[in-house]
Design a protein around this ligand. Structure first.
Ligand SMILES: C[S@@+](CC[C@H](N)C(=O)[O-])C[C@H]1O[C@@H](n2cnc3c(N)ncnc32)[C@H](O)[C@@H]1O
Length: 253
């Protein structure tokens, strides 16, 4: 049988200190592999080759990647979005609300809200974030957090999705105020070990059977503190965390 067409991807990475050397390295890799780069995935700190990249063969993803509304970072992390999309779809088969803890501009949540709007008739999608960063704050400074009207911008972005509830505040304070009976899916993406640990510990007893939590920072060496803290909680509750090459950690309940 003849092979399916070769696909490649190129997007942004993190933690590169010498871009020139890195690009030379990529050229050397291309030269040294049989496809000569025709199947090279070069994005989001993943360099892969000779893979199929199923999401790049799906018209919905191609539309998303082509859209002028999809920013450079959202394009770079497309494999992470594909993982979230797949696991949310499965989790929506069980009862319970959906949460994103760490939202920023809402790029990921917006994609998922659009795609799964029909499945949110009987459940809420809670989006919680500080939506700001001030000198001395423990969470990572991200340029977007310096925008004074970020909270309002995110609220406006989701105004046509009445199942979405956007709340500004520290997850540690906000989570206990929500009337959550059970949770089918949660995406924890705070870039900060302490509130992430709180979230995992708080959510674990409230997860529906068949539900899932995705930990965005779990597999990133730069966020080792998160791995150590989250593993401790996983051990306490006898949970297994699956580390993916995207840097995500997945827990099935
Ligand atoms: C990497 S961004 C989230 C990106 C988003 N999940 C996406 O996919 O587009 C991390 C976010 O976590 C938020 N954050 C960090 N610590 C927090 C806390 N204790 N409570 C609420 N939000 C927090 C930050 O304000 C920041 O917007």
């Amino acid at each position: 049988m003849s092979k399916i067409p070769a696909l490649k991807a190129e997007g942004a990475h993190f933690n590169i200190v010498d871009k020139e050397k890195f690009l030379k390295g990529i050229d050397l890799i291309k030269d040294s592999i049989s496809c000569k780069g025709a199947t090279l995935w070069n994005s989001d700190n993943m360099i892969l080759w000779n893979k199929n990249y199923s999401m790049l063969r799906d018209s919905k993803y191609l539309e998303y990647l082509d859209s002028p509304e999809t920013n450079k970072m959202a394009k770079a992390i497309i494999w992470r979005t594909y993982v979230l999309d797949f696991l949310l779809k499965k989790s929506l088969k069980v009862e319970g609300d959906v949460l994103e803890l760490g939202v920023l501009a809402g790029d990921t949540a917006y994609y998922l809200s659009q795609k799964f709007a029909e499945s949110f008739k009987e459940r809420r999608y809670y989006l919680i974030d500080l939506f700001k960063w001030e000198q001395g704050d423990a969470h990572v400074e991200i340029k977007k957090l310096l925008q004074p009207d970020l909270f309002q911008e995110v609220r406006d972005r989701f105004k046509n999705y009445n199942f979405v509830e956007v709340t500004q505040g520290n997850v540690v304070k906000v989570l206990p105020t929500l009337k959550l009976n059970n949770i089918s899916f949660a995406h924890i993406d705070l870039n900060n070990a302490e509130p992430e640990s709180f979230c995992l510990e708080y959510l674990t007893p409230r997860m529906s059977k068949g539900g899932c939590i995705v930990l965005d920072d779990y597999g990133w060496w730069g966020y080792s503190e998160q791995k150590v803290a989250l593993d401790e909680i996983a051990n306490k509750y006898n949970l297994d965390i699956l580390e993916l090459p995207t840097g995500q950690g997945v827990i099935f309940f």
